[in-house]
Design a protein around this ligand. Structure first.
Ligand SMILES: Cc1cc2nc3c(=O)[nH]c(=O)nc-3n(C[C@H](O)[C@H](O)[C@H](O)COP(=O)(O)OP(=O)(O)OC[C@H]3O[C@@H](n4cnc5c(N)ncnc54)[C@H](O)[C@@H]3O)c2cc1C
Length: 379
């Protein structure tokens, strides 16, 4: 594999990277995907995916419902004090753990003859209209196209000197799986002071309990259990869930430095995909669908580039940037506004008052943060 050359190298094998690998290798291009971790692996994620990407995944031959994913059609929102409102989800979605989903997708990429390497990319150089990619284990690979699908925060962001990496982020993410009572078809978003917690079921019947919290307030407690009891339990719904469910993980998973700053969609000629291009606030429950959708946009354009329907790299980059912004910019901005509202108790009360008194407002907000079902006629 030393000095191997290929059409496309994908850096990062989360949803954006894996779906790009399935799509591009399925169209006959040679693909090397480099992922630093082994599969299967648990990730901090709410694990609720909007149905907008379901027909696309099915058209790629990777139907996530075959994993036993739970169909979800209702959404329940509660205030920090436990006042609730429920609505039918305009498109609905499904619950599947990243442990199962990423593993399922990598099997599909391998079936399409994509090569998957477990290694960490350290550097990417662009010279003479081609890329050279070097890895921790000393591999040197070359490719005509590189897709950067390395997630929300990576060593690659430092290597590429991306501007956002200097911003300190105030958020920490915590996830666990639990066994307990909860409807199969519901996703709940329970607010607490300084954060919010999503609850929904995944394929094996476990409950995903995942929250994003303000790091400053999180830091003041001696451990996660103390934070849960003294902050989350003030919302009676969260108290009930935690007190009546049994944790499946020995310890919850945590991540820090969850950052929602603007990012570049193309940098050093690398097409950024998924969270590497921009991250929506998790309270919108749309990050995974956006990662998968951006993989579709990148893959279709890259195929057109290899088919010479797109004449130059400059045109490819311009089109990718334009389509990415058209699809996702507004959703990300709406997510930021919602986060500002839900992050402040008085504003959260005002928005909850509006939602409870104006019928149709909650589904309208959900629509603003989600896309339409992806068109797959050209698959
Ligand atoms: C607390 C929280 C809750 C969330 N809940 C939801 C939800 O319920 N629904 C939803 O739709 N979205 C949710 N999201 C968002 C969702 O998790 C992300 O949008 C999604 O995982 C993005 O996928 P990705 O492929 O871009 O990145 P990832 O899935 O993070 O994949 C990136 C991959 O790149 C690899 N990598 C990084 N650097 C390198 C390197 N140098 N070399 C090789 N590999 C590398 C990493 O190991 C990783 O596997 C949530 C996010 C958070 C933080």
């Amino acid at each position: 594999m030393q000095n191997h050359s290929t059409d496309i190298i994908i850096i990062g094998g989360g949803l954006a990277g894996l779906v790009s690998a399935i799509h591009l290798s399925g169209s006959g291009l040679s693909v090397i995907l480099i992922e630093k971790n082994e599969y299967p692996k648990h990730k901090v994620c709410g694990e609720y995916i909007s149905n907008e990407v379901l027909p696309y995944l099915q058209a790629l031959g990777a139907d996530p419902l075959t994993t036993g994913a739970k169909k979800i059609s209702r959404f329940l929102l509660s205030t920090t004090r436990g006042k609730t409102i429920e609505t039918k989800l305009p498109l609905g979605g499904f619950g599947v753990s990243r442990f199962t989903l990423d593993h399922f997708l990598v099997q599909n990429a391998l079936k399409n003859n994509a090569t998957v390497l477990h290694d960490t990319v350290l550097d990417v150089l662009f010279e003479n209209d081609a890329f050279r990619v070097s890895t921790k284990e000393g591999k040197e690979l070359s490719a005509k196209i590189v897709i950067g699908a390395f997630g929300k925060r990576s060593n690659m962001d430092i290597t590429l000197e991306r501007a956002f990496i200097k911003n300190r982020s105030p958020f920490v993410g915590v996830k666990t799986h639990m066994q307990g009572d909860f409807p199969d078809d519901l996703v709940a978003l329970h607010n607490f002071t300084g954060g919010y917690c999503g609850v929904s079921r995944v394929e094996n019947g476990n409950l995903n309990v995942c929250y994003l919290a303000n790091y400053k307030s999180f830091q003041q407690y001696k451990n996660i259990d103390a934070f849960n009891k003294q902050v989350l339990y003030n919302n009676p719904h969260l108290k009930t869930i935690f007190e009546n469910s049994v944790p499946v993980f020995e310890q919850p998973l945590t991540i820090s430095q969850v950052c929602f700053s603007d990012k570049t969609t193309v940098q050093d000629h690398i097409l950024m995909c998924g969270d590497a291009a921009g991250m929506i606030h998790p309270l919108c429950g749309n990050g995974m669908a956006m990662a998968i959708h951006s993989a579709k946009i990148a893959s279709e354009l890259v195929i057109d580039y290899f088919d010479k329907k797109i004449k130059s790299r400059q045109e490819l980059e311009l089109l990718y940037n334009r389509q990415w912004n058209r699809e996702f910019k507004k959703r990300i901005n709406t997510g930021r506004i919602l986060q500002t509202f839900f992050g402040k108790d008085n504003l959260a009360r005002a928005i909850m008052y509006g939602i409870t008194h104006v019928p149709g407002l909650l589904p309208a907000i959900i629509k603003q943060t989600h896309g339409k079902v992806l068109n797959v006629s050209d698959q």
